[in-house]
Design a protein around this ligand. Structure first.
Ligand code: SF4
Ligand SMILES: [Zn+2]
Length: 346
C-alpha cells in the first residue's frame, strides 16, 4: 500500500460537517515580527472548498482538510468571510494580515481570480495593514499572480508562506507525502522575489518515522538549506490532529510529538548560525499529549519562552530554563534512533 493510499483510507472514514459558508473557519488576533519589531496580527482562515492535494490523500499530519466547506462558497460568501474577519480588527491601528485557506490562497479552484483581486484591492485600501501574508503550495506561485500581489496592494508588503516542511525530498515524500520537491519551493521563492514578494518557509519538526535526534538534525540542515530562499523561517512542531495518518500511528504507540527541549536546542543553534534570519516557532498544543511536550511541570514555561524568542529573537530567553525531565530527553535522543521515532516514554 502506498503512503497516499493509507492517508486516503483514513480520510474516507471522516465526515466534513455542513457549516455556514459566509463565516471563516477561524479568525484570531496575535503578534508577529515585522521589520524587526513586534506587530499585532489578524489571522483569517478562509473556508474554501479546501486543499485539492489533501482531498486526494495528502499530508500525513494534516487535519486542516476537515475545516473546509462541504460545498464551495460563492464569491459573495468569501467576501462576507473577509468582512467578518476584519471586524475583529476594529480596535487595531496597525496589523499584519495573515491569510490561510486550509489549502492554497492562490489555487483558483479555492478562490477565483476575481475574488482574489477584490480581496487584495480591499486590503490595499486599508492603510492599517503594512503587510499581508498568504499561504500557498508552490505550484500556484506564478509570475502573473505574484505581479498582481505586488501591484494591487499599493505600498503594502506581500509575503507568500509555503509549507516546505523539510529540505529533504526523501523525508517530504516518505514521511509527509507532501507531493512537491525542494526544487519546486526554490522556483516559487525565486518567482516571488522577482516581483518584490518575500517568502516565509514553514518547516515541521518530527514527521512520522523519524527519531527525535534525526528530526532535530533534519530541521537544522533544512534551516541551512532554506536560509537563502526565505526571509522568515517558522518551525512548526508536529501535533496529532484528528483523522490523520499521524493520529493512527500515535494511537498504536508508534508516534510521539517532539519534545520542547528539542526545539529550544534547534532555535539556539539555528539563530547562532543565521543571526540575521527571522526564525520563529509557535508551539501549538504545547503541553498536551497530542502536542509537543516535555513533562507536566515545565511544558508551559518552555512554550512561553519559545513564543518570547519568536518575537524578540533573543536566545537569552532560554537561559533560565531547567527541569529534571531534561535528563530523560537526553536519554531519548541517545536511544530512539533504534525505534524509528516510536514512543519510548510519554
Ligand atoms: S498540509 Fe497543506 S498541502 Fe498538505 S494536505 Fe494539508 S493543507 Fe494540503
Ligand atoms: Zn520538565
Amino acid at each position: 500500500m502506498t503512503l497516499n493510499k493509507a492517508v486516503l483510507d483514513i480520510r474516507a472514514r471522516q465526515r466534513i460537517k455542513p457549516s455556514v459558508l459566509d463565516k471563516p473557519s477561524a479568525v484570531w488576533t496575535g503578534v508577529d515580527l515585522f521589520n524587526g519589531r513586534e506587530i499585532k496580527t489578524l489571522t483569517i482562515i478562509f473556508k474554501t472548498s479546501g486543499c485539492r492535494w489533501g482531498q486526494a490523500g495528502g499530508c500525513t499530519m494534516c487535519g486542516y482538510v476537515y475545516d473546509s466547506a462541504h460545498t464551495a462558497p460563492s464569491p459573495a460568501d468569501l467576501e462576507a468571510q473577509l468582512d467578518r474577519a476584519l471586524r475583529k480588527a476594529d480596535g487595531l491601528d496597525e496589523f499584519m494580515l495573515k491569510i490561510f485557506t486550509s489549502g492554497s490562497f492562490f489555487d483558483e479552484r479555492e478562490i477565483a481570480p476575481q475574488v482574489r483581486q477584490n480581496i487584495l484591492r480591499r486590503l490595499a485600501d486599508d492603510n492599517r495593514i503594512p503587510k499581508v501574508l498568504a499561504e500557498t503550495r508552490p505550484e500556484f506561485v506564478t509570475d502573473e499572480v505574484m505581479d498582481e500581489c505586488k501591484s494591487i496592494p499599493g505600498g503594502t508588503k506581500f509575503e507568500i508562506a509555503i509549507g516546505l516542511e523539510t529540505s529533504s525530498d526523501l523525508i517530504r515524500k516518505d514521511s509527509i507525502n507532501k507531493g512537491f520537491t525542494f526544487a519546486d519551493f526554490v522556483r516559487a521563492s525565486e518567482t516571488a522575489k522577482k516581483h518584490g514578494v518575500t517568502t516565509k518557509a514553514y518547516l515541521m519538526l518530527k514527521p512520522p518515522f523519524i527519531s527525535e535526534a534525526g528530526a532535530m538534525n533534519d530541521i537544522l540542515r533544512s534551516v541551512d538549506d532554506v536560509a537563502q530562499y526565505a526571509d522568515t523561517i517558522s518551525i512548526n512542531l508536529c501535533n496529532v490532529q484528528r483523522g490523520t495518518f499521524v493520529e493512527s500511528l500515535w494511537q498504536k504507540g508508534q508516534y510521539r510529538p517532539p519534545w520542547l527541549w528539542s526545539i529550544v536546542e534547534i532555535l539556539k543553534k539555528a539563530k547562532l548560525a543565521h543571526p540575521d534570519l527571522a526564525i520563529m516557532s509557535d508551539p501549538v498544543g504545547a503541553g498536551s499529549k497530542r502536542g509537543p511536550h516535555n513533562c507536566k511541570k515545565c511544558s508551559y514555561d518552555v512554550a512561553d519562552a519559545i513564543r518570547k524568542f519568536s518575537i524578540t529573537q533573543d536566545t537569552g530567553v532560554f537561559d533560565e530554563l531547567a527541569c529534571d525531565c531534561m535528563e530523560l530527553w537526553k536519554k531519548v535522543i541517545e536511544l530512539d534512533d533504534l525505534t524509528y521515532g516510536s514512543t519510548i516514554t510519554d
